[in-house]
Design a protein. Structure first.
Ligand SMILES: C[S@@+](CC[C@H](N)C(=O)[O-])C[C@H]1O[C@@H](n2cnc3c(N)ncnc32)[C@H](O)[C@@H]1O
Length: 276
């Protein structure tokens, strides 16, 4: 196993570079690219119900992947900057922006932790959703980046998998606690995946990734410590990807466990505002 964050980031970036081409083809329809190219600006119902109006706002999208949500938010009138450390993702995002006539959308290739060095701050909104902090070892440092990028009074919108769900594995038809929460920064969980999560069977060459599970208290306390005030926090019983084989569609591209399973929190979302 690599011994420092740079080595973890390099392995993860190779994995993401490879996934971009597969996701861009959208064989399983997870990314709803056809709908996007037709002009759609909908996010999932969770974010749509919570984010509010972004028109006229300067919005920074951290870990924007190949820019679909960034460009959906641009269509709603936000002045968007998307950041991702995958060169393949940023190239695909710029290509899509040109294709839909949004050359004003800015896409920057950078590690989240380097963003204050390469992007000017003063944003009204930092937006980061679905599969982001599991790639980051240091949550207080992540919260510090967000605080530096927001103007006083600006807010963070965050939605992601719930840590109580991330600790589970499906084993013999049951969801069992398998991973401890609050992964130490220097001892990530190591995963090997032969394919990506969209159902596309294309084999991955860069299969190994390094990930971290962060408790809600770790996230919330880091944001408070960085100078943000928590305005709301919600837990959800649906998720925008099929986390476990037993999951069944819940409508609108969301997934949930079958009725035979006890209700568990699958996602968490929050809004936190930078104190003046
Ligand atoms: C699951 S995707 C996020 C998807 C996102 N919700 C969207 O808008 O499509 C995770 C993204 O995080 C990026 N990423 C992972 N670690 C990163 C890091 N340390 N710095 C910047 N980007 C990172 C990956 O390249 C990938 O595009």
């Amino acid at each position: 196993m690599p011994s420092d964050s740079d080595a973890y980031f390099t392995a993860n970036r190779c994995n993401w570079d490879e996934r971009v081409g597969i996701h861009r083809r959208d064989a399983g329809g997870s990314y709803r690219i056809d709908r996007f190219l037709e002009g759609d600006d909908r996010l999932h119902s969770i974010e749509d119900g919570e984010l509010g109006d972004v028109a006229g706002r300067r919005l920074l999208h951290l870990q924007c992947h190949f820019g679909l949500d960034t460009l959906r938010l641009a269509r709603r009138g936000a002045a968007v900057t998307g950041v991702d450390f995958s060169p393949a993702a940023i190239a695909a995002a710029r290509e899509l922006a040109g294709r839909i006539g949004r050359p004003d959308a800015v896409f920057v290739e950078a590690n989240v932790y380097d963003v204050p060095d390469v992007v000017a701050g003063g944003f009204d909104i930092v937006f980061t959703t679905w599969g982001t902090i599991c790639w980051l070892p240091d949550i207080p440092r992540w919260a510090g980046v967000i605080a530096r990028m927001l103007r006083p009074g600006g807010f963070l919108y965050f939605a992601d998998g719930h840590p109580a769900m991330q600790m589970l594995e499906e084993i013999d038809g049951r969801l069992l606690p398998t991973y401890p929460q609050d992964t130490p920064p220097d001892r990530p969980l190591v995963f090997e995946a032969a394919t990506t999560y969209t159902g596309d069977p294309t084999p991955l060459a860069a299969r190994r990734t390094y990930q971290w599970i962060h408790s809600i208290s770790r996230v919330v306390n880091a944001l408070i410590g960085a100078g943000l005030t928590l305005e709301r926090l919600d837990e959800h019983r649906v998720l925008p990807w099929r986390m476990f084989p037993m999951f069944v569609p819940a409508g609108d591209g969301l997934w949930r466990p079958p009725d035979s399973q006890p209700a568990i929190p699958l996602a968490v979302s929050l809004t936190a505002r930078r104190r003046a």
